[in-house]
Design a protein around this ligand. Structure first.
Ligand SMILES: *Cc1c(COP(=O)(O)O)cnc(C)c1O
Length: 345
C-alpha cells in the first residue's frame, strides 16, 4: 500500500521550512514594512506571492482540480529536481525511467546522487510495463514516464500507466509537457483515484511561454505540500506570475495555436511521405516529428548550412538515424521542406 510517510526522506519529514514575511501576512493592501523591501520602484520592489495563489486559483478552475493540488516551479525542471530531493535518499535510493526519454531526468538524478535505472521501451516505442515492474526494488522511489514521450513522440496507454501506479509503493510521475498536442486526454482527472500519481505539465510548449520558466506539478495535497516545504520561497517571479495569469485569461488563443500547429504537423507529415530521403516517419502525438534518414548527421549539417536548426537524435539508443523536427510556422516549415528537397538530390 502506498503511504507517503514511507517514502519522504527523514530530513525532509523533520524540516522546519523557511518562513517568509509574505507567508505570515496574506493581504495585498497595507503599509508593508515587514520584508526590508525598497518602498520605491513599484511593483518590482515587492517580493512575489510564494504560493502563487491567484495563478493557482485560475489554473485550478480551468483544469478541474483544487488549487492545493498544484505546484508551480521555475520550469518543469524544478519540479523534477524537487521530487528527487524530497523522496530519494542519495547513494541509497533509485529512480526508474524509460529509455529513450527526456534527458533532464538522468541529469537531475546524477546531480542528486540517485541511481538512475533505464528500462528500454519496446521496439515500437510502447511501454514495457512488465520490465518496469521487474526493475522495481525496495529502494525505488520514483518511476518517471513521459507521455507523449520526448523524443519518440508517441503516447503510452493510459490504463497501463495507471496500473503501474496502483501496483507501486513509490510515486509514478507522468511528464505531460506535450499533452495539448495529444489525441489522448491528460491523467490529471485521475489524481483523486491514484494517491501516488504526479503529473507534470508546463507553460513552455502549447502556451508559448518557454521564456518565462513556469512548470506545473499536479498531485495530492500531501505530495504538493512537501514540494512547497522544500522549494525556494520566491521561486516564481512576479513578471512570470502576472504574464501566466494573463495567458490563462485567454485559453482560446492557446487552443488556436495548438490547432494551427496540428495542421502544420499534418502538412509536414504529408510532405515527408513524398521524400525518398525519409525512410520512416514515427507516429506523433506531440508538436514534433521523429523521422529516420540514411545519414542523420549529413542531413543535419546540410540544414545548418541553410540556417535551419533541428535536433540530431541519432546517437540516442533506439533512435539511430533519427532527426527530431519541431513543427514551426507555415513559412518555417516550407523553408525546411525546400532545404530537405535540395539535400534529396
Ligand atoms: C520541453 C519539455 C519540458 C519542459 O520543461 P520546462 O522546464 O517546463 O521548460 C518538460 N518535459 C519534457 C519531456 C519536455 O520535452
Amino acid at each position: 500500500m502506498f503511504n507517503i510517510n514511507n517514502i519522504v526522506r527523514e530530513n525532509i519529514k523533520v524540516l522546519t521550512p523557511y518562513s517568509s514575511a509574505r507567508d505570515e501576512f496574506k493581504g495585498n493592501e497595507g503599509v508593508f514594512l515587514d520584508a526590508n523591501e525598497n518602498p520605491f520602484n513599484n511593483p518590482y520592489n515587492r517580493y512575489p506571492d510564494p504560493l502563487q495563489r491567484e495563478v493557482k486559483e485560475k489554473l485550478a478552475s480551468i483544469k478541474g482540480v483544487r488549487p492545493e493540488q498544484i505546484f508551480f516551479g521555475n520550469g518543469s525542471d524544478e519540479a523534477i529536481d524537487l521530487l528527487m530531493r524530497a523522496f530519494c535518499e542519495p547513494h541509497r535510493d533509485n529512480i526508474i525511467s524509460i529509455h529513450p526519454s527526456y534527458g533532464m531526468y538522468q541529469v537531475a538524478a546524477d546531480i542528486n546522487a540517485v541511481e538512475f535505472v533505464k528500462v528500454p521501451l519496446n521496439e515500437d516505442f510502447t511501454l514495457n510495463a512488465g520490465a518496469i515492474r521487474s526493475a522495481v526494488n525496495a529502494n525505488t522511489k520514483l518511476i518517471m514516464l513521459c507521455s507523449p514521450n520526448n523524443p519518440t513522440a508517441n503516447s503510452f496507454s493510459l490504463n497501463e500507466m495507471l496500473t503501474l501506479a496502483d501496483g507501486f509503493d513509490g510515486l509514478l510521475v507522468v511528464d505531460e509537457a506535450y499533452i495539448d498536442f495529444s489525441a489522448l486526454p491528460s491523467l490529471v482527472s485521475e489524481l483523486d483515484n491514484h494517491p501516488n500519481l504526479v503529473i507534470l505539465q508546463t507553460f513552455s510548449k502549447a502556451w508559448g511561454l518557454a521564456g518565462l520558466r513556469m512548470g506545473i506539478a499536479y498531485a495530492s495535497e500531501e505530495i504538493i505540500s512537501i514540494l512547497n516545504k522544500i522549494k525556494y520561497p520566491y521561486n516564481v517571479n512576479i513578471m512570470t506570475q502576472k504574464l501566466v495569469l494573463d495567458a490563462l485569461e485567454d485559453v482560446d488563443e492557446k487552443e488556436e495555436w495548438v490547432k494551427e500547429i496540428l495542421g502544420q504537423r499534418q502538412f509536414l507529415i504529408e510532405a515527408f511521405q513524398n521524400m525518398p530521403l525519409i525512410q520512416k516517419i514515427y507516429p506523433t502525438d506531440a508538436n514534433f516529428i521523429l523521422v529516420k534518414v540514411p545519414d542523420a548527421k549529413a542531413a543535419y549539417d546540410h540544414l545548418i548550412e541553410q540556417k535551419i536548426i533541428i535536433r540530431d537524435r541519432s546517437k540516442v539508443a533506439m533512435c539511430e538515424g533519427c532527426l527530431r523536427i519541431t513543427v514551426g510556422t507555415e513559412t518555417e516549415n516550407k523553408a525546411l521542406i525546400k532545404a530537405l528537397k535540395k539535400f534529396d538530390k
